[in-house]
Design a protein around this ligand. Structure first.
Ligand code: MLT
Ligand code: ZN
Length: 466
């Protein structure tokens, strides 16, 4: 019997009715956004924390490598597998266990999709305060593991700022239980942060206490054409400074991206104002749609000249608002135009954005005159997404040259080579070249301490075996 056969027999014995797929079954299933997600020997889907702990302990004792997976929407290969590895799928742990409307806290299982939590919280007029394009599929556990950011991070912070408490299965099968539900704890090392943003390399998140916010009853959407990011930032600052409304989104798209997206989505020319160098998508929340729309129109009129606004449209129907959002969010269209294009996810301090984009355009042209990046992202927090207009993968040397253009100087100016998609496998080389060396040493030491056998999501972010 192979190790894999033994695992399947043992898991069926220990976990009773848990779903267990072998390699053949995996090959028939949808691996999500990354084909490497289902390269594994087997997938086990425990029904509860005890089941996850039993699986983890079995793998640790038998030297089997285990890769946790949630919604499989990750964009940095954090859930990628190799043929000898086993997947711990959190998909069966998908309930919202509790919503405390007074304390504004939800307790959810790790495999709960974000949209399910959003809907459950909305019943109480609340919201988890974090939102991403993949909301229907991405899971709360996965979002904790990558420290997801998304659309509202400029207001509410990233996932790290939304987590009050965590339950985590450690690499040896012990359960770290810190489901604190209160804002204030000054009770020694706040170790839950070790498991946020570490992509399942130090433990598997099984349950999460998430902070909730009151949500505005209605939202209005606008698309505004501006000459540059600085102008868009003046508009954002204007709305952030007003009372009685809440700015819920401030998303930016440079012209090349917006034009390509509109063509791919079949948006008729003239339907949206797309001529400017930069497009700013704004969403404003208020007590009702009329109030939100009026506040958006009045606010734009008040700042129009000062911000140098070139063009703009406040959506007059849900359908128009939806079209504006599709332009920004259906980024898989870019993947359809260019097969697997080199794509990046950086954080740039606000006052550096225009010069960064200018440097980026010039630097890429110096590598190849045909290179033209699609640039878009979350203006409110300076998180830019960049895809190059070529089919991937490009050669290792070429990829490094592109990274040098994109990442050089970022850490020094207070930005980051990875903003919200994580490091996974795909950005390990960049991590080794661009992350602070002392941080890397500490990370290796912590990984070795918690996972001395190196069986939990090995090779992601940091490897103890290299
Ligand atoms: C987004 O903001 O749309 C996501 O981070 C996904 C992407 O970069 O394509
Ligand atoms: Zn994003």
């Amino acid at each position: 019997m192979t190790d894999e056969d033994k695992l399947l027999v043992e898991m069926r014995k220990i976990l009773g009715d848990a779903v267990v797929w072998d390699r053949a079954e995996l090959s028939r299933r949808d691996p999500g956004v990354d084909s490497r997600n289902f390269t594994a020997a087997a997938l086990v889907r425990p029904n509860d924390t005890a089941g996850v702990a039993a699986l983890v302990a079995y793998c640790a004792a038998n030297g089997l490598e285990l890769v946790p997976q949630g919604g499989r929407t990750g964009l940095a290969g954090g859930a990628a597998t190799t043929p000898s590895q086993v997947i711990c799928d959190l998909g069966a742990m998908n309930s919202v266990e509790e919503i405390d409307a007074f304390a504004r806290v939800a307790v959810v299982q790790a495999g709960t999709p974000l949209a399910v939590l959003q809907e459950a919280a909305l019943v109480e007029g609340l919201d988890p305060g974090i939102d991403l394009a993949s909301r229907g599929t991405c899971t709360i556990g996965g979002m904790v593991s990558t420290n997801a950011g998304g659309i509202m991070a400029f207001r509410n912070g990233t996932m790290r700022n939304r987590v009050l408490g965590l339950e985590v299965v450690l690499p040896d099968g012990r359960v770290f239980s810190d489901l604190t539900r209160v804002m204030k704890t000054s009770a020694g090392y706040d170790l839950k942060h070790l498991f946020i943003g570490t992509e399942g390399t130090l433990g598997i998140v099984t349950r999460v206490a998430v902070k909730l916010n009151p949500v505005a009853a209605a939202g209005a959407t606008a698309l505004v054409g501006v000459p540059d990011a600085a102008s868009a930032q003046r508009i954002v600052r204007h709305f952030l400074g007003r009372t009685g409304i809440s700015l819920r989104a401030a998303e930016i798209m440079w012209h090349r991206f917006a034009l390509a997206m509109s063509r791919m989505l079949g948006i008729e020319p003239g339907q949206l104002p797309l001529d400017a160098s930069c497009l700013l998508l704004l969403e404003l929340g208020a007590d009702d749609l009329g109030a939100a729309t009026t506040a958006l129109e009045d606010g734009l009129a008040a700042i129009w000249e000062e911000a140098g606004i070139l063009d703009g449209l406040v959506a007059t129907s849900n359908q128009q608002a939806r079209t504006i959002w599709r332009l920004r969010e259906e980024t898989e269209q870019i993947e359809r135009m260019h097969k697997d294009p080199p794509s990046f996810d950086v954080s740039v301090p606000g006052d550096e954005i225009d010069s960064y984009v200018a440097r980026l355009e010039a630097g890429l042209k110096a590598i190849d005159p045909a290179y033209a990046p699609y640039v878009f992202g979350h203006l409110g927090d300076g998180n830019l997404h960049i895809s190059i207009n070529v089919d991937g993968p490009v050669s290792h040397e070429r990829h490094r040259a592109i990274e040098d253009v994109l990442y050089s100087g970022l850490r020094e100016c207070g930005g980051s080579f990875s903003a919200e998609h994580g490091v996974g496998l795909d950005k390990r080389d960049a991590y080794e070249r661009y992350a602070d060396p002392v941080k890397q040493e500490l990370a290796r030491a912590i990984k070795t301490l918690l996972d001395p056998g190196g069986t939990l999501n090995p090779g992601k972010i940091v490897s103890t075996r290299s």
